[in-house]
Design a protein around this ligand. Structure first.
Ligand code: AMP
Length: 285
């Protein structure tokens, strides 16, 4: 596995690979890696000649300084896991490398309501930070394919729009959510759950599965209210449980009128904020 800390060194290596007509697949991460991330690496290895991943805890996407400080950092374990999964190239830049003092140019993206809804309503400026770092990393890596998880459905949607706005040729691939045996979506934050919250956390995915079974037979508002009540009943602090149009992320009232429908939720399990979603309908599949 090739390991780079400096942008210039990574770019020199990748330029050589491109001159040999090798395709580059890229999966950016914030580390504290798990099997969900490894699924991205497996997709990258399968569909590109050179698989590249990055570990960078991006300060500009955290609106809560404590969350940034407490974000798990497990570099040594991460490197071992990536090595075992045959990653070709790992990039672990410093903050100065990603955001050099001379400044970087980030286009003025317009995401309409996409970055205001769901997560955007609770994490101010989060997606501006995400778009900034992904744009910057793409500028550095210049991949052919970009792999991102369904776990962060709204993030994926926003990056899709970002690529359209800059008329990028990068192909964005959505990798399905990897779950623990009990249904909990894998997340770097799960390792911070107390044993009590870890045992309760699968409620989130079971409510999404229940929604999958009910969304055509019960009123949508009723399903969402029921889910919120169930979460509250078990002591979670839900922020939202919405059934939305899979393209514009706006709440829907009747799934028949929409080609793609997704249930999205965020809830605090004690001090840990968990998000999850389930694609309920995708007519184009
Ligand atoms: P993060 O390190 O949390 O920024 O995530 C890096 C990438 O891994 C993002 O594209 C996430 O959507 C993706 N990812 C995180 N958790 C999962 C999961 N459980 N299954 C699939 N992809 C995931």
């Amino acid at each position: 596995m090739h390991f780079f800390k400096k942008t210039a060194d990574l770019q020199a290596y990748l330029s050589y690979q491109k001159s040999q007509f090798r395709t580059i697949g890229f999966a950016p991460t914030m580390g504290a890696l798990h099997q969900g991330h490894m699924s991205l690496i497996e997709h990258t290895n399968k569909h590109s000649d050179i698989s590249v991943s990055s570990i960078f805890v991006n300060p500009t996407q955290f609106n809560d300084p404590e969350d940034l400080e407490k974000y798990p950092r497990t570099l040594e374990e991460d490197i071992n896991l990536l090595y075992d999964h045959q990653l070709n190239t790992l990039f672990v830049p410093s903050v100065e490398e990603v955001y050099p003092v001379e400044g970087i140019h980030t286009p003025d993206f317009n995401f309409g309501k996409l970055d205001q809804l769901l997560e955007g309503a609770f994490r101010k400026d989060h997606f501006a930070g995400v778009a900034q770092v992904v744009h910057r990393l793409l500028e550095i890596v210049r991949p052919d394919h970009l792999y991102m998880g369904q776990k962060d459905y709204q993030q994926w949607t926003i990056i899709y729009h970002m690529l359209q706005q800059i008329e990028s040729k990068v192909k964005l691939v959505m990798v399905p959510t990897v779950r623990e045996k009990d249904g909990l979506a894998m997340s770097s934050r799960n390792r911070r759950l107390t044993p009590e919250w870890r045992s309760k956390a699968p409620l989130i995915s079971s409510l999404l599965t229940e929604t999958q079974q009910n969304y055509t037979s019960k009123p949508i508002t009723e399903i969402c209210e029921h889910a919120i009540l169930q979460l509250e009943h078990k002591g979670f602090r839900p922020e939202y449980f919405n059934i939305v149009d899979g393209y514009n992320l706006e709440n829907i009232t009747n799934s028949d009128d929409h080609a793609k429908v997704v249930a999205c939720t965020a809830a605090w399990a004690g001090d840990i904020r968990l998000i999850d979603n389930m694609i309920l309908k995708d007519s184009k599949k």
